[in-house]
Design a protein around this ligand. Structure first.
Ligand code: ARG
Length: 459
């Protein structure tokens, strides 16, 4: 009773504080389904190799399946003094089926076991994240499609620059989250490799069939160096980085939604169900979900810094420091999943305020580039055209006018190249549609981009 699974060489029992300090079961218990799947595959292989008898293997597998049920039912008793998920499961196994349970760990170490568990877990979670990323992308495409005629100001330096389609702006986000998905898929290639059979660090003298367990567990390959296999956590760092990148994209989106939903911008109406009120000011509707998305991005960056820092000083091979890989990993994954879910709903439910956006799109001399281009197309060198239009803008500022209510006579004061047709140039739609180049904001381009995306994605 109370004896550790590794207690053979110890005379004193572990200090209670040390148990508290070294335990990981309080958080790594979420790995249990993967731990049990890994163990079952290992046992099947041991039997196939003649290392375990058929009856022994069957007994162990039955016991493991029962333990999984106990865990799912919530009746499993997790014990801190048993350190981690692996020892909790193994100890329960011998409780249930007796000493034959002790054969499960043949040719295996917790070092290759934990690496296997985490790889299976990460693979599962990446697949979940990929689904959520797809939902979010779909929401952007839907926003674009349903609001094809909405013109808004495009910004640089947060100053009005040139008119763009709101749909074009939405699709910019589509592309960010598409790249994020590609990154996760690429990471998956390095995640989905089996370290089982590497044992503690040097491999094992048992005739294990590593390819067999790999295949049972859906791994595409086996690791090729046992020392690397038990100490490699690159796939965790990569996964957290991918999460951080998603959060960064969500955070940029959030910043725009916070701005756009202000009185001052007034570009969008956020869904009520995704905003909160004030306990004192009755009129308030606050974009808290977007603000928290922005805030939680900082947390995930912290997770990334944590894993990189944990790894940087570690000599080969396994060091207990590696146990600290899990909390940042779990936190990054939990945070990014939740953030993707709420943000897909926000994007799906927000409503652009078309009139207001268009009004603002005209401001800030947003058509100045179009006027300069007009002159340049009439043979004026672009630099010269730029200067002329700069002077026009200064004139307007001085007179309190905007470019579209200048008369032809006023235009002509600045260049004799101006003709009647410059007046018809002065529309934001005209400006948008003149940018009819691949990747540009013209309606024709945005439409063809939507078509392309839908074809590629099967939306
Ligand atoms: N809980 C440990 C971890 O997460 C499992 C591996 C422990 N191995 C060891 N030799 N102490 O890293």
């Amino acid at each position: 009773e109370g004896k550790k699974l590794w207690g053979g060489r110890f005379k004193e029992s572990t200090d209670e504080l040390v148990e508290k300090f070294t335990e990981s079961v309080s958080y790594d218990k979420r790995l249990a389904p993967f731990d049990i799947a890994g163990s079952i595959a290992h046992v099947k292989m041991l039997e196939k190799q003649g290392i375990l008898k058929k009856e022994e293997a069957e007994k162990i597998i039955e016991g493991l399946n029962e333990i999984l049920e106990e865990i799912e039912r919530g009746s499993f008793e997790w014990k801190t003094e048993l350190e981690d998920v692996h020892m909790n499961v193994e100890k329960r196994l011998t409780e249930k089926i007796g000493s034959v349970g002790g054969k499960l760990h043949t040719g295996r170490s917790r070092n290759d076991q934990v690496a296997t568990d985490v790889r299976l877990y990460v693979r599962h979670e990446i697949e979940e994240i990929l689904k959520l990323l797809e939902k979010l992308r779909k929401a952007f495409v839907k926003q674009a499609e349903e609001n094809l005629d909405v013109v808004m100001p495009g910004y640089t330096h947060l100053q009005i620059a040139q008119p763009v389609l709101y749909a074009h702006h939405m699709l910019a986000y589509y592309h960010m989250f598409k790249r994020d998905a590609e990154r996760f898929k690429d990471t998956l290639k390095r995640v989905n490799i089996s370290p089982l059979g590497s044992a503690a660090l040097a491999g094992t003298s048992y005739p294990l069939d590593r390819e067999f367990t790999a295949k049972l567990l859906g791994f595409t390959d086996v690791t090729r160096n046992s020392m690397d296999a038990v100490s490699d956590r690159d796939f965790i760092a990569e996964t957290i980085f991918n999460c951080a990148m998603v959060m960064m994209h969500l955070s940029r989106l959030s910043e725009e939604l916070v701005l756009w939903s202000t009185e001052e911008f007034g570009f969008i109406e956020l869904p009520d169900a995704f905003c909160t009120g004030s306990s004192i000011m009755p009129q308030k509707k606050n974009p808290d979900v977007s603000e928290l998305t922005r805030g939680k991005t900082g947390r995930v960056y912290g997770d990334l810094m944590a894993i990189l820092t944990i790894l940087k000083g570690l000599p080969l091979t396994y060091n207990r420091d590696l146990q600290e890989d899990k909390e940042p990993l779990f936190d990054a994954i939990d945070t990014v999943k939740l953030a993707l879910k709420v943000n897909a709903k926000i994007v799906g439910g927000m409503k652009p305020r078309k009139e207001r956006m268009k009004e603002q799109a005209k401001k800030g001399f947003s058509l100045a580039t179009d006027v300069a281009d007009y002159l340049a197309k009439k043979g004026v060198p672009f630099r010269e055209a730029h200067r002329i239009v700069g002077e026009l803008v200064a004139y307007c500022l001085n007179k309190g006018k905007s470019l579209e209510n200048l008369t032809l006579e006023e235009f002509k004061q600045f260049s004799d190249k101006f003709n009647e047709d410059v007046l018809s140039l002065m529309s934001v739609e005209g400006s948008v549609n003149s940018r009819n180049i691949i990747g540009g904001t013209a309606k024709e381009q945005v439409l063809s981009e939507i078509r392309k995306i839908k074809e590629e994605e099967g939306f």
